[in-house]
Design a protein around this ligand. Structure first.
Ligand code: AMP
Length: 187
């Protein structure tokens, strides 16, 4: 089963992805984590990624699409993917469609965790204390939220017509969101 989690930064995608990875024995595909790993390597591309990430901008589609392609082509991960933070733009959504066809896979569920800007700000300020991420200061949080709303809106429009698209109130408690996801999955 392949699944997509969509939602603004701080909506709880990562938390639910980790839960689903355990439950379904799938693989989490977090482009944010993959990009942070690239930064750790201190490569030229890593420096470019850091510039974009720390100012709240999206990393270029070409870079992210390449990371995703390697995962979709991995036979061990076939039909066992939980996308967390990808696709984030219409071009990424189209790239994913193309790769799914190419690798004979499909998406079984798309969960949109919908959360307001105020809730996001409160949550990320909390996360900053725990995780100490460089892109978690207030100005960057607001920029990331706005970038998300601007760029990911077309992705939502694209997927909301899909019969596998489910909207969930992301301001609920973690366990309540998990319970809703479980109910939709019916597994
Ligand atoms: P996340 O860990 O998913 O909150 O992502 C942190 C940051 O990584 C984002 O604010 C973007 O700068 C970058 N990023 C993560 N995923 C993507 C993506 N699919 N496309 C472009 N940039 C991304």
């Amino acid at each position: 089963m392949n699944l997509i989690l969509i939602g603004p930064p701080g909506a709880g995608k990562g938390t639910q992805a980790k839960y689903l990875v355990k439950k379904l024995k799938n693989f989490q595909v977090s482009t944010g984590d993959m990009l942070r790993e690239e930064i750790q390597k201190n490569s030229e591309i890593g420096k470019k990624i850091l510039d974009d990430m720390s100012s709240g901008k999206f990393v270029h589609d070409n870079i992210v699409n390449k990371l995703i392609e390697n995962i979709l082509l991995d036979p061990d991960k076939k039909n066992r993917l939980i996308f967390d933070g990808y696709p984030r733009s219409l071009s990424q959504a189209k790239n994913l469609e193309h790769l799914l066809v190419k690798t004979d896979q499909k998406i079984d569920f798309i969960f949109f965790l919908n959360v307001t800007k105020d809730t996001i700000i409160k949550r990320i300020e909390q996360r900053k204390i725990v995780e100490k991420r460089s892109d978690d200061d207030l100005e960057t949080i607001i920029k990331r939220y706005e970038t998300y709303m601007e760029t990911t809106k077309p992705v939502l429009d694209f997927y909301s017509k899909n019969s596998k698209f489910y909207e969930i109130d992301g301001s609920s408690k973690i366990e309540e969101i998990t319970a809703k996801i479980d109910a939709f999955l019916n597994v």
